[in-house]
Design a binder for this molecule. Structure first.
Ligand code: ADP
Ligand code: MG
Length: 355
């Protein structure tokens, strides 16, 4: 069931020749109970889209519907939608429970109803014992939980989260990622989560919309986006990618003087020149044996793995990632002659129109 339909939404800031087209005909459907992520670099329009769903910003074109009903003309507080901002925006002079109660009072809930809801939401975010504290007596992670409890208190149908974890340090951010997933599952509320962090998006989302410069690039599951990027932008933005030019002929994938690989390393088989994207972890390196010929130009040791940059014999650079799980020593050093082999389907053919 579709919860939110973004129907060819445009957003223009300013007038005439100074206008900025922040969103260019965005069309997508967000399902009920989904953890849906808007992912893209800074300035691509994520916050603008979220603010339009919340009602803080008008649409310049198109329409946004919630369960089939247009939100046009509805003020923010008339929408069953709530937002968690990056800055927690807690009231410093109010206690934790007063902060959580605030939105309920604004919405005209009766005092007798407010108390049990506040207690329940504080339990939900694991802050049961913190009701009487003030924000300055809490850690950053705890303040974030208060902001979540406050946003969840009126039981919105949709919760919007704008870079909500960005202010937290890495370890706390990982904890809160798990926590947010749990909250989404337990409440069954549709989450629309905004981040510029591709790893965060892959970890948390049921589906992801990748955006760039106001345009929608791809919508899909984390696996879709990672394994079958729709274009060069998505392949480059998500994970690590080497872009190579090859040629398919006689059931082989040829790379000029570097040699060729069996055709099954490519995810589809039609013949001719091919613009390719390949993930470094789907390639293997050896100093003896057959494969694409090249010379190691850089070795980066990263603890769990080591990344080798190989200059192929046809001049194209290509990265290979090797897991250090077996405690293996370095496979090769700079200047070594090596051979690269690939797992089946490792190479993804990009649309010709992209380059
Ligand atoms: P993101 O959240 O992805 O970083 P934003 O939605 O904040 O991107 O911004 C998208 C584009 O719209 C940017 O070019 C930004 O400068 C522009 N923009 C956002 N808000 C305004 C505004 N109030 N007036 C003019 N331009 C704006
Ligand atoms: Mg933003």
């Amino acid at each position: 069931r579709v919860a939110i339909e973004i129907d060819h939404v445009c957003k223009r800031f300013g007038h005439d020749e100074h206008a900025v087209l922040a969103l260019d005909s965005i069309a997508l459907k967000i399902r009920e109970n989904e953890f849906f992520t808007l992912l893209g670099p800074s300035g691509c329009g994520k916050t603008t889209l979220l603010r339009m769903i919340a009602g803080f910003e008008d649409v310049s074109g198109g329409d946004i519907r919630l369960y089939g009903e247009s939100l046009s003309g509805k003020l923010p507080f008339q929408r069953p939608v709530n937002t968690v901002f990056q800055s927690y925006a807690l009231f410093p002079h109010l206690t934790v429970e007063q902060n959580v109660a605030f939105g309920l009072e604004m919405r005209g809930f009766k005092q007798a109803d407010i108390k049990p809801i506040v207690a329940e939401k504080l339990e939900l975010v694991k802050l049961g014992g913190f009701a009487r504290r003030r924000p300055h007596q809490l850690s950053g992670g705890q303040q974030q939980r208060v902001a979540l409890a406050r946003a969840l208190a009126p039981s919105p149908k949709v919760l919007l989260l704008d870079e909500s974890l960005s202010a937290l340090d890495l370890k706390l951010r990982k904890e809160m990622q798990v926590e947010l997933k749990r909250l989404q599952r337990e409440t069954g509320i549709t989450f629309v989560f905004v981040t510029h962090d591709q790893e965060e998006a892959l970890t948390m989302s049921d589906r992801i919309a990748v955006m760039s410069a106001g345009k929608l690039q791809q919508v899909g599951s984390p696996e879709d986006i990672y394994d079958r990027p729709a274009n060069r932008f998505v392949a480059d933005f998500i994970g690590e990618t080497s872009f190579l030019q090859g040629r398919v002929a006689d059931g082989l994938l040829h790379f000029g003087q570097a040699g060729s690989l069996p055709g099954q390393v490519l995810d589809q088989s039609h013949e001719g020149a091919a613009a390719l994207a390949v993930r470094p972890e789907r390639l293997q390196l050896s100093t003896s044996g057959s494969g694409l010929a090249g010379v190691v130009s850089e070795v980066v040791y990263r603890g769990v793995d080591t990344v080798y940059t190989v200059q192929l014999a046809d001049g194209q650079p290509c990265r290979v990632r090797s897991s250090n799980s077996a405690g293996a020593a370095r496979l090769a050093r700079e200047g070594d002659t090596v051979a690269i082999t690939a797992l089946p389907g490792a190479f993804h053919r990009l649309q010709e129109a992209d380059h």
